[in-house]
Design a protein around this ligand. Structure first.
Ligand code: B12
Ligand code: SF4
Length: 463
């Protein structure tokens, strides 16, 4: 039996919405763990649940009882992970959790049968934890920094946080060979015409947007050596032959000197592969940065725009100006890069005027695509703390996610549904105003209906 079986409890077949979107990427954290632990001499297996069936994982757990199961957790997989903990424990497995969600809720997961929650980066902690578990079992892990567990009396013990890995270049690349990566590439290619592979060039983000979770990497930022990143990219291109890559960094353009060097390095190797990534508008203000992205092959950049109201951006501590988002969008489009915009409704204190400002902002900026969410408080973020006395959860914890919180006094979800429609129709009217007057008129009419519906539901606040 392997020393460790890793999985993540995300089954795309079980999620109707995700199946429609069908843009899966493997969980890099698990692949980093696998590579690190294998290099340290452990026997590690990855059960990649993305395309699998829950029954197959259950059968695997039943077939070889008594091992150590490590599960990656994030905000959307809570119910699934709780289910897997139960199944694993029933067959004598020791269950170790890691990732952002279990770091936020260690007590809740321990109460539901997890043996250990690893907070922060998993590589070094797991390398110490596996021998400790084998030697002493799950209740005497006091020597393991970064671990949360129950001692022999059932009391929860929180060990001191583990120091971050100082030299992330010392880490091996993610163990992509442990999974069927080709299936991801093929899924992307079949459904979107472009096979894609993800990689990261840095860990952590130093910005402090109040709703963003920093549970794993804190507020630090560590960059990888650009030559090592170029080596990894070259390997990906040669080995998996994707049509594009996704740089899954928090803010890909955060470090301009690094970006220029990396661009030069991959150009020197003759690599120009289309890519998507996420950035901040204020880190895209220089023409040469955007030009570099375009030269490297960037075909779409996602910008966290969030709101068209400067008051709300300031309340979020985004440290970005609405006009910077406008300028970054125009600049990217000028260089042939599509812009995807993330927007957020319902942040604390948002008024009708702020919603109008967002609609006006999106019309003016004219991104190629935009996605909206209703703000939700991720545990342990400053936003969560600010609204914690108004949070209501209608579902039992194990059936909910942080997205299910209602915030007393905030408008209803129906209200934000109308805000979405209003935005969509206004943008459509604006887009078609000069090319198709009839279509524009229809869209304007629909926008007016949505606005009226929003106003009609304004008094319905969450109780
Ligand atoms: C890229 C990304 C995405 C991509 C791709 C996801 C993927 N499969 O790669 C997309 C755009 C699809 C996405 C979607 C979502 N994401 Co996302 N995403 C990220 C991002 C930016 C990078 C992930 C990554 O590769 N990290 C690098 C690896 C090395 O870090 P890691 O995964 O944390 O792993 C380390 C540790 O956690 C630990 N560890 C991990 N697993 C395990 C397991 C064990 C047993 C142990 C011991 C340790 C351990 O060790 C690892 C190595 O040190 C992170 C932010 C971030 N910087 O991590 C957000 C992040 C994970 N996403 C987040 C969210 C909220 C979402 C969405 C819910 C958003 C939404 N509203 O829909 C969806 C969920 C979709 C899904 N199916 O999971 C939050 C999660 C918050 C939370 N409490 O769970 C994060 C943290 C962003 C944030 N700062 O708020 N995401
Ligand atoms: S939202 Fe983006 S820029 Fe803001 S703290 Fe999170 S990762 Fe950093």
């Amino acid at each position: 039996m392997a020393d460790l079986l890793l999985t993540h409890g995300y089954f795309i077949q079980e999620d109707e919405k995700e199946r429609q979107i069908n843009k899966p990427y493997p969980t890099l954290g698990l692949l980093y763990l696998s590579a690190y632990l294998k290099r340290a001499g452990f026997d590690v297996e990855v059960f990649d649940s993305t395309f699998a069936d829950r029954a197959d994982l259950a059968a695997r757990l039943a077939a070889e009882p008594g091992g150590v199961l490590g599960i990656y957790t994030n905000l959307i997989t809570r119910g699934s992970v709780v289910d897997l903990i139960g199944r694993a424990r029933a067959h004598g497995w020791t269950v170790v959790l890691g990732g952002p969600e279990s770091a936020n809720y260690p007590d809740e997961y321990l109460a539901r049968g997890a043996d250990v929650v690893v907070v922060g980066e998993g590589e070094e902690t797991m390398a110490e934890l596996l021998p400790a578990l084998a030697a002493w079992g799950p209740h005497r892990l006091h020597a393991i920094a970064g671990a949360v567990f129950r001692d022999e009396h059932g009391d929860v013990v929180r060990r001191a946080p583990r120091a971050q890995i100082a030299d992330i270049d010392s880490l091996p690349w993610p163990d992509r060979e442990a999974i069927d990566l080709q299936r991801y590439v093929d899924t992307w290619r079949t459904h979107h015409g472009m096979g894609s592979v993800n990689l990261i060039t840095a860990r952590g983000c130093p910005y402090k947007c109040r709703w963003c979770s920093h549970a794993v990497f804190g507020y630090t930022h560590r960059r990888r050596d650009l030559v090592d990143c170029a080596d990894e990219l070259q390997h990906i291109v040669e080995r998996y032959k994707p049509d594009m890559v996704w740089y899954a960094d928090d803010v890909f353009t955060i470090h301009h000197r690094w970006l220029t060097g990396y661009a030069a390095e991959i150009a020197r190797r003759g690599i120009r592969i289309p890519f998507e990534t996420i950035s901040r508008a204020d880190r895209m203000m220089k023409e040469e940065v955007v030009q570099t992205l375009a030269q490297m092959g960037c075909w779409r950049i996602w910008i966290g725009s969030e709101s068209g109201s400067q008051r709300i951006l300031d309340a979020m501590e985004r440290r970005v100006a609405v006009e910077q988002v406008q300028a970054a969008t125009k600049l990217a489009q000028k260089h042939g890069i599509q812009v995807g915009m993330f927007l957020m409704w319902g942040y604390d204190g948002e008024t009708l005027e702020d919603i109008e400002a967002t609609i006006d902002h999106v019309k003016r900026a004219a991104p190629d695509v935009f996605l909206t969410t209703v703000a939700y408080p991720i545990k342990d973020t400053p936003y969560y703390q600010a609204v914690s006395d108004r949070l209501v959860l209608d579902l039992p914890w194990e059936k909910a996610t942080d997205r299910d919180f209602r915030i007393r006094g905030r408008h209803s979800r129906v209200y934000y549904g109308h805000a979405n429609d209003w935005l969509k129709h206004e943008v459509e009217a604006h887009r078609t105003a000069e090319t198709d007057a009839a279509l524009a008129a229809q869209a304007r009419e629909r926008a007016a209906v949505s606005r009226a519906a929003l106003l009609a539901t304004a008094a319905e606040v969450e109780a």
